[in-house]
Design a protein around this ligand. Structure first.
Ligand SMILES: NC(=O)c1ccc[n+]([C@@H]2O[C@H](COP(=O)([O-])OP(=O)(O)OC[C@H]3O[C@@H](n4cnc5c(N)ncnc54)[C@H](O)[C@@H]3O)[C@@H](O)[C@H]2O)c1
Length: 445
């Protein structure tokens, strides 16, 4: 099995730069290459700027600022020969099969035989990517699909092709597991693999439905975030994070590779507003802003959201949805019940129905009835005990009856009386939620 000592990443965008950072976090040297710029201060401007951005991003892609020193920025035209010393070459350029294939030809000429090449494609099947490539390349090629942000999201989808050698898959899976801390999930070579096969459809349906239902971006994200058990970025916040300009490519790629009868085709269209936003540079956090942005030239850095109908930015408004308030208190079933009386759809601002003070709910009435029936049916002695709530002589209280003896439970924490049960901290939805939520760069995009 090859040892991974040096890595190269092609594409210094949202994913490529962050993947390079995470490889550097494992103490590995990385070459980060992007297209050569002829009009900047250096031909490697794109990759140099990407490394600078890594130092400012939140949540931080680098575990320590000094890890940035392990990343060598460069450009493909001048520095591709350097990949000859790399054991793993990761391609993370724009989601276009033609551009990826052209790059693979360049990589094949420059790399050392036996080095592993992988693509971070979100949607393009491996068979399509290597269709025109020789066996020597295809044997070393696989898909390693990192999720955004790569340092924090543990899932790594790995896909091998019919021609991929087993050893290459094992080398990378082992390295990703042990050195990058990833949970490797092997996927079949299908469009979107596992996560995006579901995720892209979910995103697209949500965006279209929110627009058609006349929701604000805040309302859509409030419903499609925490109440659904996903990070509070919801849908529009997530699109800002991944980059709006990625969407036409992934949607097009899914449409090109999914069978005709797939339900995806019914939702495959690009809303005019999103087209306009991309054309004007509003590509999300990496651009001038997205569905959310920080007000330009505002020292107070006020947050703004786009109006999905007019396309104008306005100050963000907290979503006031009865369903979300209910979900926060009682879980996902509540929103359904809260909104059911109101024509089976979300009701903006309508308060939850309240019972008059002291009145019982139907469930409480039902429970009380069952209890009184049982008490009535119980033998007289048992009834007396139950009504007086007395403990039978010699029996331990319920909380203690269910505990093992102290010896079996091990030593008691200092300062706590024996038999006292510590309350467990209430688990948060997930640590990742918190991290993803705070992923707004310091520069406000
Ligand atoms: N953005 C996400 O959240 C995300 C998540 C998982 C996977 N991906 C996948 O990762 C890949 C990169 O996505 P991204 O969001 O980082 O894109 P991006 O647009 O942020 O970055 C792409 C980079 O590729 C460079 N590039 C463009 N054409 C090139 C070429 N011909 N040769 C070399 N470099 C070229 C660009 O200069 C840019 O720096 C895509 O395949 C995408 O589907 C993206």
């Amino acid at each position: 099995m090859t040892e991974i000592r040096n890595v190269a990443v092609f594409g210094a965008g949202v994913m490529g730069a962050s993947i390079a950072a995470h490889v550097a976090n494992a103490g590995i040297k990385v070459r980060l290459l992007d297209i050569a710029k002829t009009d900047g201060p250096s031909r490697s401007t794109i990759a140099i700027a990407a490394v600078d951005r890594l130092l400012k991003m939140q949540p931080a892609p680098l575990m320590h600022r000094r890890n940035a020193e392990l990343i060598t920025p460069g450009n493909i035209d001048d520095d591709i020969a350097g990949i000859a010393d790399c054991d793993w070459i990761i391609e993370a350029i724009v989601e276009r099969v033609d551009l990826k294939r052209t790059l693979y030809e360049k990589i094949e000429r420059a790399r050392r035989p036996g080095s592993v090449v992988s693509s971070n494609t979100s949607t393009i099947p491996l068979a399509t990517l290597v269709e025109t490539m020789p066996d020597s390349f295809a044997a070393d090629f696989l898909i390693t699909h990192f999720f955004n942000p790569p340092r924090y999201l543990r899932l790594l989808e790995v896909t091998a092709g019919a021609r991929t050698r087993k050893d290459a898959v094992e080398t990378i899976s082992r390295f990703a597991d042990l050195r990058l801390g990833k949970t490797v999930v092997r996927c079949k070579d299908t469009p979107g693999f596992i996560g995006n096969r579901i995720g892209i459809y979910w995103l697209q349906c949500s965006v279209l439905h929110a627009m058609e239902a006349g929701l604000t971006v805040e309302e859509a994200d409030a419903v499609l975030g925490r109440p659904m058990g996903v990070p509070k970025t919801g849908v529009f916040g997530l699109l800002d994070m991944v980059g709006l300009d990625l969407m036409p490519h992934v949607l097009g790629s899914m449409a090109a590779s999914l069978p005709k009868e797939d339900p995806f085709h019914a939702v495959f269209r690009e809303p005019a507003l999103i087209k306009k936003m991309i054309a004007e540079g509003y590509t999300g956090r990496k651009g001038k802003g997205g569905f959310y942005r920080l007000k330009p030239d505002d020292p107070g850095k006020a947050r703004e959201a786009i109006d999905l109908t007019s396309g104008a930015y306005r100050a963000t408004r907290k979503a006031a949805l009865a369903s979300v308030a209910q979900a926060r208190k009682r879980g996902l079933r509540r929103p359904v019940r809260a909104d059911r009386p109101a024509r089976h759809r979300l009701v903006r601002g309508s308060p939850p129905r309240r019972r008059p003070a002291g009145a019982r709910s139907s469930a409480e009435r039902e429970r009380a009835k069952i209890l009184s029936d049982r008490v009535r049916a119980a033998p007289a002695l048992h009834r007396r005990r139950r009504l007086s709530r007395r403990r039978p002589a010699g029996r331990r209280p319920a909380a203690r009856r269910h505990q093992a003896p102290q010896a079996a439970r091990g030593p008691q924490p200092l300062g706590e009386p024996v038999g006292h049960r510590r309350r467990r901290p209430v688990p948060r939805i997930s640590q990742q939620d918190e991290l993803t939520q705070s992923a707004i760069p310091a520069d406000g995009r």
